[in-house]
Ligand binder design. Structure first.
Ligand code: NAI
Ligand code: HPV
Length: 524
């Protein structure tokens, strides 16, 4: 049974996929109301109101996925979620149209003083000349951040006869051409635009992106809009420029602190505002709720999510192809970790053969998580694998090769410690399964599942017999046994599997046998 906490107002109709699923309990409560039971939840669904801090994440040790029913994830401590192995997903396009339309409504309201005129009439006045506006037609609209919402605004602005200038360092010339917009640097755009609207995420780079220094280069009388995130236009600087009438007016859907109690921008007639309503339409709320409900369901069923912030995107079809290798490399990582009884400095992997015509980074993350899972408490998975390796100073190497050592595909992993190194090769054959085919250069073949003993010894008569006798005397049943050697009389290996893990006592007894170089135990 999975327990899901819905901490913000998410449209119930959109959550239908989760409500219909068996083995899922959905609980709608604010974080403060769920304080006592936070440790029980497997998934957390939020909008922008709940702040998902590291402190909250630490109170939720069972948490596996955080889903944002919307776009901006600036209310979620994504690095902390990643550190704790928690997947973060959002609903990137469910509210695009609604937010673009809202921005456009705000732009028209700003240019034509609609909110001010409305209040005036409601107060019994009829001051027509006080609210003379400006046309949008023929004006230059500066869009900062040309993603999904910026793109939809550009299309609408064109229909209104506006000239669209955009600044987005990640905008390709192809997309600029397609949208028929002029791509400029921010320095070029600011002095030219009559109206400027921001549509970037809030990041350390975009915080204060528009400030009094660069806004002073704008035309006097410029209009500004922020329907993205509070703080992209510096609020104190905006207040100063509005007082000076350098900025003629601003339309704000978002604020640094929400609700913006005591915010001095609210005192100005030239500021029009809405309470973070960009995504608040029936359609957008249904879309984002459905998107995240489906993502959470897919994730809890063990399938890949499409819109993760901290995992590479992978389709279901691709994941199905990748999955056998995904398990195999995890087991290879686990073998490496359990055999190396010392600190690990380096993990390298080569994907050989035809099978690896896809982004193998998810496999490498699975390998690293296999290495660390047996060594660390707490969640270790492909979300935090690279971070864990980095924090421990472990070097990761990944190569793709056409050489598969005679197999259709072959994954070669080397785990290096201070004194030792372990080389493991594995392959996957469709309808047959995965096999480890070489350990430390010894050819061998075994299914990497169960409890194993790896013995490296001198190749001479009696060694295998001695091992069998000691195990038999203690009634330990050998499930499978594989042997391998490089040359007669040299070093050889045995890999034995058991129904139960081998006891410490038995391990010690076997270790005392002559001609045994070293032994490793592992459970996969
Ligand atoms: N008011 C509301 O209710 C809503 C607000 N939003 C906000 O709008 C933002 C944008 O949403 P989408 O267009 O869907 O996201 P998006 O990811 O499609 O677009 C963001 C664009 O910003 C650009 N960008 C990033 N850093 C930049 C920088 N330093 N300078 C200039 N451009 C930069 C990116 O290249 C990208 O093209 C969201 O991050 C969210 O914070 C989104 C939905 C509703
Ligand atoms: O999707 C976004 O980024 C939004 O800002 C919408 O926020 P909300 O879900 O309405 O609190």
């Amino acid at each position: 049974m999975y327990r899901i906490l819905v901490a913000d107002a998410i449209k119930p109709e959109g959550l239908e996929p989760l409500l219909q699923a068996s083995e899922i309990e959905l609980i709608q409560k604010k974080i403060e109301e769920a304080e006592e039971s936070l440790h029980e939840f497997d998934a957390l669904l939020v909008r922008s109101a709940t702040k998902v801090t590291e402190e909250l994440i630490e109170k939720m040790p069972n948490l596996k996925i955080i889903a944002r029913a919307g776009v901006g994830v600036d209310n979620i401590d994504v690095p902390a979620a990643t550190k704790h192995g928690i997947v973060v997903v959002n609903a990137p396009d469910g509210n695009t149209i609604s937010t673009a339309e809202h921005t456009f409504a705000m732009m028209a309201a700003l240019a034509r003083h609609i909110p001010q005129g409305h209040s005036s009439v409601k107060n019994g006045e009829w001051k027509r000349s006080a609210f003379t506006g400006t046309e949008l037609y023929g004006k230059k609209l500066g869009i900062v951040g040309m993603g999904r919402i910026g793109g939809e605004i550009a299309k609408r602005a064109k229909v209104f006869g506006m000239d669209v200038l955009v600044f987005d360092p990640f905008l390709t010339s192809d997309r600029a051409k397609k949208l028929n917009v002029t791509s400029l640097s921010l320095e070029e755009l600011l002095p030219l635009a009559d109206i400027i609207t921001v549509h970037t995420p809030l990041t350390s780079e975009t915080k204060g992106l528009l400030n009094k220094d660069n806004l002073r280069t704008c035309k006097k009388g410029v209009y500004l809009l922020n329907c993205a995130r509070g703080g992209i236009i510096d609020e104190d600087d905006l207040y100063e420029l509005l007082l000076e009438n350098h900025v003629a007016g601003a339309a704000l859907d978002v604020f640094v602190e929400e609700p913006p109690a005591g915010n001095k921008l609210l005192e100005l007639d030239s500021v029009i505002t809405t309470p973070h309503l960009g995504a608040s339409t029936k359609e957008a709320q249904f879309n984002v709720a459905t998107q995240v409900a489906q993502e959470v369901l897919v994730f809890l069923e063990g399938n890949p999510v499409a819109n993760s912030i901290n995992l590479p995107a992978i389709s279901k079809e691709q994941f199905e192809k990748v999955q056998p290798y995904y398990q195999l490399v995890k087991q290879m990582g686990s073998i490496g970790s359990q055999c190396m009884k010392e600190g690990i400095n380096e993990i390298s992997v080569t994907y050989g053969g035809e099978a690896f015509h896809f982004d193998t980074s998810i496999l490498t993350k699975s390998l690293i998580s296999g290495v660390f899972k047996t060594r660390l408490d707490g969640p270790v998975n492909e979300v935090n694998a690279l971070l864990i390796a980095k924090e421990r100073g472990v070097t990761i190497g990944e190569k793709i090769s056409t050489d598969a050592y005679g197999y259709a595909n072959c994954i070669s992993v080397t785990v290096k410690g201070d004194n030792r190194q372990l080389d493991i090769r594995g392959t996957h054959v469709e309808n047959y399964g995965s096999r480890i085919v070489s350990l430390n250069g010894f050819n061998i073949e075994f299914l990497p599942e169960g409890n194993f003993l790896y013995i490296q010894h001198t190749d001479q008569p009696g060694v295998i017999g001695n091992v069998g006798r000691i195990l038999g005397d203690d009634e330990v049943n050998i499930a499978t046994m594989q042997v391998g050697r490089k040359q007669a009389g040299g070093e050889a290996i045995m890999v034995l599997s058991f129904d139960k893990p081998l006891s410490d006592e038995m391990f010690e007894k076997l270790n005392e046998l002559p001609d045994i170089s070293f032994m490793y135990r592992m459970s996969l």
